[in-house]
Each structure stands twice: as C-alpha cells, then as structure tokens.
Design a binder for this molecule. Structure first.
Ligand SMILES: Cc1cc2nc3c(=O)[nH]c(=O)nc-3n(C[C@H](O)[C@H](O)[C@H](O)COP(=O)(O)OP(=O)(O)OC[C@H]3O[C@@H](n4cnc5c(N)ncnc54)[C@H](O)[C@@H]3O)c2cc1C
Length: 448
C-alpha cells in the first residue's frame, strides 16, 4: 500500500483493496525530493507529524523510504514478493505523471478511489459529454452523480515489520513561532466532530467572518487525506448551513476537475487574454505584501496569519489576492507561489483556481472589474477588528471604529504601523484601465 495524499486508515478504499488482495500489507511512504524542494517548512513539519500519526495507527510498520519511486517500489516488491501496489488515484498533473511513469516501468499499480467524492473527469454535461466550465451547473450535476458511502475502517490488518533502515522519518520541525493545527487522522476526526457541534449549524452566516472560528479548518486534513470528503458529506442534511458546507466541498471537487481537464492552468491563465494584460514587475511593494506591511490592516492581518499559521481565512485569501493583482498589478502566479510556500493546506487545484477566480482570469470568474475594497471588506467581515488586533499588534490600541482606517486618527500610527503603500481608489481605476486595454473590441495599449 503506497500512501501519498491518503494518510489515514478509515474510509480508505485503496487500503481495503490491498487487504483483500494479499495476506500481508507493506505500508510505504516515499519521500519525493522534487516535492520536498517545493514545500515550505510548515507544510513539511506537518507532513512529518502526519507520517508519525499514520505509523502509530499502523503499529509502527510504516516504511518511510528515500529514493526514486520506481527503484523503491521494485526493491520492496522483490523483497516481500509483493504482486501489486495499491494506490488512491491521483489526478493533478504532477501526481498523475509520476504514477504513469511508475506504471510504465512495469510496476502493477492498482488504483482504488481518489481524494475526491467524485473523481475528476466523471461529471460531464449530459448534452455533449464535455466538462463543466461553470461551478453552479457542475454542482448540480455533481450532486446528481452522487458518491459512495464511506468505506469501512479495517479492524485488523496483517502488516510486515520493517527493518530499521526502512524507517527514514524526516526530522522536519515546525518553526518555533508557528501555530499550526495538529496533524493526523485522529486530529482530523476530532476537528470534524468539534466543528459539527460548535459551528456547522451556523456555517452559512459565520463562514465569512474572519475573526471567529466559524469554518471547519479541515483543509490541511483534506489536503493530506487524513479525512476523506465522503466522511464529511455523509453527515450533512438539507439545512441551509449544511448545504453551504456541501457547496464548499464541491468547490474543491470542481477545481480538481477543472485542473484535470486543463492541466496547463496550474501555472497559466485559464482565460488566455489575461496573459496579455499589462502587469508590473515585483518590487518592494510585493515584499511589503508578503510581510504584511501594506498599510491596509485587513490585508496585513491576513498575510501575517498565513506566515504564522500556514492557513488563512477564505475571505481574506480573496482580499489579499485581489490586492496583489488589482492594487499592485502583479501576476497571480507570484501570489500563488507565495501561498504554496506557506500554506499547510496547499492544494495545486484550489490554489491556482482560487487565485485565478480572484484575478478574474479563471472559470466562472468573479469578473475582473469587481475589485475587492480592502477597507470595506475589513469593516464588513471583521466588524470589531478582532482579526486585525490578533495579528497586527501595532493597531491593537485602536477601537473597532478606528482600526480599519488608522490614517484618520491621531494615534493611528503611534505604535509603528506603516503608511499605505498605494492608494486603493487610484489603483482600482488603474486596474480597470488595464482591463480595458485587453478587451477584444479595443486595440492593445501601445505601451505593451
Ligand atoms: C487565492 C486563494 C487560494 C486558495 N488556496 C487554497 C489551497 O491551496 N488549498 C485549499 O485547500 N484551499 C484553498 N483555497 C480555498 C479556501 O480558501 C480554503 O479551502 C479554506 O479557506 C480552508 O479553510 P476551511 O477548511 O476552514 O474551509 P471551510 O470553509 O470549512 O470549507 C470546507 C472545505 O471546503 C473546501 N473549500 C472551501 N472553500 C473552498 C474554495 N473556495 N475553493 C476550494 N475548496 C474550498 C476546502 O477543502 C475546505 O477545507 C484558496 C482560496 C483562494 C481565494
């Protein structure tokens, strides 16, 4: 059983298939230098913790191997006389290509299940069997398609005992100042239970409020497959709150489907015309954005949350993404790469398409001309300023009425908070002017 993004025992059809196929199981995780080099310290430390958690539930039998996947799997197959290698299918470009290469090298991969309730590529328009490009009809068709019930948790697994040389657990430590959710299947199930009791009933209202614990915070668990979306979906009913939560799970599935059908959009514009837009080159303003020093309190709080927690609230992900693209006029990929470095829940499809949606170049697109106002967003979704106060101590002395616009108050800057790096109203107009330049009916600006 080759574990990758499915670090759990419960609701894991690939594991059940492995159990059915043989007498004993060889559970293995292979450290991939290519992925490691693209992963920031918080996500690596989380993965290390998750591997330990998985190992604990496998009675210390997890093989953690280093090396090329083909070499490692061939060696293990011959050592244990294994006849098949069980996996949960991967659909994003890197994982799918890796699995195809492993298979081409003669390793008999058996794919059972995927990280999704409905595997990418399955939901097609009934009219012409092509993929959906817009979320809402996808959602309807996804619901109609339906999904299986969660798979049983195996009660007993016969496991081989690894030798000490097969136990190459990485030493990645969480940075000292990081505050990141605990990893592992048990932590995921506990979080799901707590969320159902505490916040799910009010999710449709509370999910947008950045300063409260109103969302599930299951994204890192879902990313690493410590919990499967089926396990969540089976507990949802028909209330508005439950329906809203189901719709968010469906966004993850939609973006996986879109990336599967358009693999180039991992790094490239989904709507090609946006590649012709006039963008600026990253400079000190980009650094200020990364460091949470733009002078816009809601943006800065969010960027500091990202660095500290490896997670950011969905509302502020949209606000900071809009700020990067439309106030700083930078390409979305710069922001997506920075998110990739810091997010513990980094998911190639949700990240690329979350960015493109906000940048106006994605599916469905929130149209480009809908520019998020970082001040009004803060007032609306962090009314008391609690979110800002938590991450931006230089503003903690300000009241709810003051904290969103420190420039209006005498002591707004008395604790070292920086001045605004740009004027939002001016940059909004500039971004709209640049949009005008790429509109089909207008000639491109001669400055391009
Ligand atoms: C610019 C940008 C980048 C993003 N990058 C990522 C990423 O790398 N990884 C990631 O998992 N999500 C990403 N998202 C989506 C979303 O912000 C997070 O999934 C969500 O904030 C995670 O918090 P939660 O688990 O508490 O979500 P909840 O509100 O509790 O939602 C439950 C689950 O639904 C899924 N979900 C919710 N909203 C979205 C969404 N808009 N798109 C896709 N899936 C969603 C997630 O799996 C989430 O865990 C991004 C959004 C934007 C705007």
């Amino acid at each position: 059983m080759w574990f990758r993004r499915d670090l759990r025992l419960g609701d894991n059809p690939a594991l059940l298939a492995a159990i059915d196929a043989g007498d004993e199981i060889v559970p293995v995780f292979i450290l991939d230098p290519k992925l490691i080099s693209a992963t920031g310290s918080k996500r690596l430390a989380y993965l290390a913790q998750s591997l330990h958690a998985l190992d604990e539930s496998l009675d210390s039998s997890l093989h953690v191997m280093v090396g090329d996947q083909v070499d490692v799997l061939k060696e293990l197959m011959s050592r244990y006389a294994a006849t098949s290698v069980h996996i949960s299918a991967e659909y994003e470009p890197y994982g799918a290509a890796r699995d195809a290469r492993v298979e081409a090298a003669g390793i008999p991969l058996v794919r059972t299940g995927s990280p999704y309730a409905v595997a990418p590529g399955r939901v097609l328009k009934p009219s012409d069997a092509t993929p959906y490009k817009v979320y809402t009809p996808f959602y309807r068709a996804w619901c109609l398609h339906g999904w299986r019930k969660p798979a049983d948790t195996p009660t007993k697994i016969k496991l081989v005992t690894p030798s000490p040389t097969d136990r190459n657990f990485p030493e990645w430590k969480m940075p000292a100042d990081a505050i990141v959710t605990a990893a592992g299947e048990k932590a995921a199930l506990e979080r799901w239970k707590t969320f159902q009791k505490s916040a799910l009933q009010n999710y449709d209202v509370a999910r947008n409020m950045a300063g409260i614990d109103g969302t599930s915070k299951l994204s890192a668990h879902l990313k690493w497959g410590e919990i499967h979306p089926r396990t969540l979906l089976v507990n949802l009913g028909d209330s508005k709150a439950h329906d809203t939560f189901r719709k968010e799970i469906a966004w993850r599935e939609f973006y996986a489907d879109v990336l599967f059908n358009n693999p180039h959009t991992e790094k490239d514009y989904y709507s090609a015309k946006f590649s012709e837009m006039r963008y600026d080159k990253p400079d000190s303003k980009f650094d200020a954005w990364k460091q949470g020093l733009t002078g816009y309190p809601f943006v800065d709080a969010a960027m500091r949350q990202l660095v500290r927690e490896g997670w950011m609230h969905n509302r502020t992900r949209m606000v900071v993404a809009s700020f990067l693209v439309k106030d700083l006029h930078l390409e979305w990929q710069l922001g997506a790469d920075y998110f990739q470095e810091h997010l513990v829940d980094f998911d190639v499809a949700s990240n690329a398409h979350g960015w493109q949606w906000t940048a106006g170049s994605g599916t469905d697109a929130s149209p480009y001309y809908r520019v998020f106002n970082p001040i009004e967003q803060g007032k609306r979704f962090d009314e008391n300023g609690d979110y800002i106060r938590k991450y931006v101590p230089e503003l903690a002395h300000l009241s709810a009425a003051e904290i969103h616009e420190p420039w209006l108050f005498l002591d707004g800057y008395s604790h070292g908070y920086p001045q605004r790096i740009v004027d939002h109203a001016t940059e909004r107009l500039e971004s709209l002017a640049r949009l005008q330049e790429i509109k089909a009916d207008k000639p491109l600006d001669p400055r391009v």
